[in-house]
Design a protein around this ligand. Structure first.
Ligand code: NAI
Length: 345
């Protein structure tokens, strides 16, 4: 039986992982703590670890996992910026869930935008107290506005379709533009200058970290709405706050935050928030924060569990391919994923 240490377990994880795990003969050790150098010991005796977006899987953690005999890191997420895939190469295989419901994330992106621009969150609170005033609730039409989409992969392209349904003009930037897609690609600077709404859908890499910084914000239209359902590190949050205070940014919708790891996913009401920057952002009338919930639909949870369990089983039972492996052999993970027909090492 394959033993799996399951870190950062949430109540919503268990039902689907227990169901698919039982079907495929996996034994899960559900742990509430996150994986990091202090907790890695808990993986002793397991064949694999299953981790989420805020577990820390750096070189030191990987070396310990390897020493304990753990041979697989199974991410139950699409993004893998929290795993040092290069350090894992040759020691511990790494797999992820490339797509579980890109619709969930794209739809949440539009939900955040509509909530913010049409002031739904304010109206909801008002009418609950029988306050039926419309003062301060004026929004703007999306129809005819320009949305700049950064990253036109699975989620970005579904979001583009949604925006087109609203009659928005779509422009985009991608490091690797999709050929024959009918998408109008521009440089980042052109996108910043022309967009009424900017939505981020690219991965967090050393190159994309803080791609939205003070210089980028300086190039944007006054009143621009920025939405980030990708990774917090794409935005320099201090620069974002300055842009909001200067009235340059009209609104910000954030499902992710660079320092979210010790904050999001937990009930912290009744506690003093230790992150002043986040507290300040949340206090702004034109900022909406959700705590990394864009993926959270029933369909996505079921797909995540089914794919992750399948990935784990394939890596141990099949000596040919490790399904959805993130390979570092040639140093270009995206390229490698397309070419590889066997295990990474
Ligand atoms: P994907 O791999 O299908 O698409 C990513 C796109 O970004 C690709 O087209 C790629 O060429 C592009 N890209 C790569 N480097 C770039 C750069 N330097 N500049 C601009 N574009 C670049 O990924 P998918 O499934 O669309 O997911 C996008 C991101 O969404 C993930 O990286 C993840 O961080 C985030 N995500 C967030 C979730 C949430 O719950 N908030 C859930 C799932 C994913």
């Amino acid at each position: 039986m394959i033993k799996v240490a399951f870190f950062d377990t949430k109540a919503y994880d268990k039902p689907s992982f227990e169901r698919y795990g039982e079907e495929r003969g996996l034994q899960f050790r559900f742990l509430e703590t996150k994986l990091n150098e202090d907790t890695v010991e808990l993986a002793r005796g397991c064949d694999a670890v299953c981790v989420f977006v805020n577990d820390t899987v750096n070189a030191a953690v990987i070396d310990k996992l390897y020493a304990y005999g753990v041979r697989l890191i199974a991410l139950r997420s699409a993004g893998y910026n929290n795993v040092d895939v290069q350090a894992a190469f040759g020691k511990v295989h790494v797999v992820h869930v490339p797509a579980y419901s890109p619709y969930a994330v794209a739809e949440h992106t539009m939900a955040l935008l509509l909530t913010s621009v049409r002031r739904i969150h304010k109206a909801y609170n008002r009418t609950r107290e029988f306050n039926f005033s419309l003062n301060g609730l004026t929004g703007f039409d999306f129809h005819g506005k320009t949305v700049g989409v950064i990253g036109t992969g699975k989620i970005g392209r579904i979001f583009i379709d949604i925006c087109r349904g609203f009659g928005m003009k779509v422009i985009a930037y991608d490091r690797y533009p999709a050929q024959d897609s009918g998408i109008e690609y521009l440089t980042l600077d052109e996108l910043f200058a022309r967009s009424d709404v900017i939505s981020l859908h690219c991965p967090l890499t050393p190159e994309t970290r803080h791609m939205i910084d003070a210089a980028a914000i300086g190039k944007m239209k006054k009143g621009v709405v920025i939405v980030n359902t990708s990774r917090g590190g794409l935005i320099d949050a201090e620069a974002l706050l300055e842009g909001i205070k200067a009235r340059k940014i009209g609104a910000a919708c954030l499902d992710v935050y660079e320092e979210e790891a010790d904050i999001f996913f937990e009930d912290r009401s009744g506690h003093i928030l230790n992150d002043e920057l986040l507290a300040r952002l949340i206090s702004m009338p034109n900022v909406i924060v959700t705590s990394h919930q864009a993926f959270l639909t029933e369909e996505a949870l079921s797909n995540i569990a089914e794919t992750t369990v399948g990935n784990i089983v394939s890596c141990f039972e099949n000596d040919g391919v490790c399904d959805n492996e993130l390979c570092y052999r040639c140093g270009n993970i995206e390229h490698c994923k397309k070419e590889r027909k066997e295990k990474c090492f």
